[in-house]
Write a protein that binds this ligand. Sequence first.
Ligand code: CTP
Ligand code: MG
Length: 231
Amino acid sequence: RQYWLVVPAAGIGQRMQADRPKQYLQLRQRYILDITLSRLLDTGLFAGAMVPLHPDDRWFVGSDSASDARILTCTGGGDRSDSVLSGLDALAGRLSDDDWVLVHDVARPCVAAEDIRRLIVGLGEGDIGGLLAAPVSDTIKRQAADADSVSETVDRRALWRAFTPQQFRYGLLRTALGRARDRGVAVTDESSALEAMGYAPKLVRGRTDNIKITVPEDLPLAGWILDQLEH
Ligand code: CTP
Ligand code: MG
């Protein structure tokens, strides 16, 4: 079985409030996009990576990844799941339905090789797939419908935070994301598209320092985590 990556990178990084999409901000003189892709591909586990880009992307062409033969690009869509689906469509003909696809946010450069291997080993030759995730550690409050006050404390014992990579069989993932789009169901990760079809993706425990760079204060944190990982 082949393992392929789809790394959605078509977002504009609105919450980062920078002068460019956050994947083209730099950590130690490298684009976040280049760090993420090299950390994934340097595991040696993948046949290649498909990277959906924004139609107006002006930065990828000048990135280190642009000259890497293992990395292919396509045009992404209006939200994350559209971008992932366009990446899967662009891989048609290269993969068979039973091959594995790992979808990973370009904004998670701190992913550890150890986590990628644990996900792949944990899923084995299962039929469906699963995701890296971690149990919620904060106490969780539900907001009252009409105010900024607490209506209740949610029992967190069965709650997990979903990370990426999320790993699924190519054919099934494409079907699931296509159905979600056709039905107008908004899905913020791959697992939820499979869940909507009645499948139960496997939870594989991942490191909590696999952060998604979202707001400005995440940048120095990501730099520090990368220093620790590469030590
Ligand atoms: N993404 C994408 N296509 C979109 C929207 C998001 O490929 N139309 C990607 C982002 O590039 C990112 C991942 O999905 O790798 C997770 O999205 P998020 O962290 O929300 O990034 P942005 O959408 O860029 O940020 P924001 O929501 O703050 O604008
Ligand atoms: Mg977004």
